[in-house]
Ligand binder design. Structure first.
Ligand SMILES: Nc1ncnc2c1ncn2[C@@H]1O[C@H](COP(=O)(O)OP(=O)(O)O)[C@@H](O)[C@H]1O
Ligand SMILES: [Mg+2]
Length: 285
């Protein structure tokens, strides 16, 4: 046993370059909150900052990162685990130099990695480290073993919520389960589909208060994204927002969040409030 572990460490040490790739997992308690839309566009926005980004499609049941990029995966992690393909053979080249690793059913295998496959996977996944600065994982929703294992393995976790009450209760459940397993990841929150800035703070505040009171956990608000009809239009076009509608309010927000990921502080994009908002602000309080 000792020999096998030291052998694997040896293999890993040979392929690891000086700089380590940062692994960020995007997750949610409830499905359909906008994880894939966000992950795909965050990858593009980070690429605009000169980052080399790989997106791992880690949603086993609704794997659609490739579709949102307007591509179709031929091979997945499953082929990597079985030894049929190398990492280079399953990678899909996307826009702006972003690459996609399709996960499919192989994600479960990755999360429950068996010892005999470990060295093949370490060597192959290790080569990703030379190709990218950031690995973004679009995980499935929920408390499943595979999702929790992916979250545990990440450096940072972004939990996506929306103003829908069930999104909050499910996110709380996910947090509770995750914190029972690890306290080593940093947890950020992105609030999607908000009407305005106040809405975002209100929704985040609800989850943050519950997490602080009952789970003794501090959450960080990473940003928010406005509810925006152009999101639906970009999905229909099978082009990410960053390609179809780079000026859209939703993509502007994602660019702002990308800045935060890079450690760049900037003001959140503000929605134009129209003539009524303008007149309202002229009135004395
Ligand atoms: N900011 C937004 N504004 C409007 N619609 C959105 C927004 N984000 C996501 N959606 C819609 O929500 C649905 C689910 O998005 P998706 O990214 O597939 O979620 P998930 O990956 O969490 O299941 C899509 O139909 C998409 O158009
Ligand atoms: Mg999804």
């Amino acid at each position: 046993m000792y020999d096998q572990v030291s052998e694997l460490r040896h293999i890993a040490s040979q392929i690891k370059p000086e700089r380590k790739m940062r692994v960020i997992a995007v997750t949610s308690g409830k499905g359909g909150v906008g994880k894939t839309t966000f992950t795909v566009n965050l990858a593009l926005a980070l690429a605009e900052y000169g980052q080399r980004v790989i997106v791992l499609d880690g949603d086993m049941s609704l794997a659609n990162v490739d579709i949102m990029f307007g591509m179709s995966a031929k091979y997945t992690i499953e082929h990597l685990l079985s030894g049929e393909k190398t990492i280079e053979q399953i990678l899909l080249p996307g826009p702006q130099g972003v690459s996609i690793v399709p996960g499919g059913a192989g994600v479960q295998g990755l999360a429950e990695l068996e010892r005999d496959k470990l060295s093949h996977v370490i060597v192959n996944m290790g080569r990703l480290e030379d190709m990218a600065d950031l690995l973004l994982i679009d995980t499935g929703a929920g408390l499943g073993y595979t999702v929790i294992n992916l979250l545990k393995a990440a450096d940072d976790v972004i939990i996506m919520i929306t103003p829908e009450p069930t999104s909050l209760t499910d996110a709380y459940g996910l947090l509770k389960t995750l914190l029972q397993k690890t306290d080593e990841v940093t947890i950020y929150v992105v609030v999607n589909r908000v009407k305005n800035e106040d809405d975002a703070h209100l929704v985040f505040g609800r989850l943050e208060t519950a997490a602080r009171k009952f789970l003794d956990c501090t959450l960080k608000l990473m940003g928010w994204i406005y509810d925006d009809p152009l999101v639906g239009r970009s999905i229909i076009k099978q082009e990410p927002l960053g390609v179809s509608f780079p000026e859209s309010p939703s993509y502007r927000c994602i660019q702002w969040v990308a800045g935060t990921v890079m450690g760049i502080e900037s003001n959140p994009p503000r929605l134009a409030r129209g003539i009524l908002g303008f007149l309202n602000r002229l009135l004395p309080n």
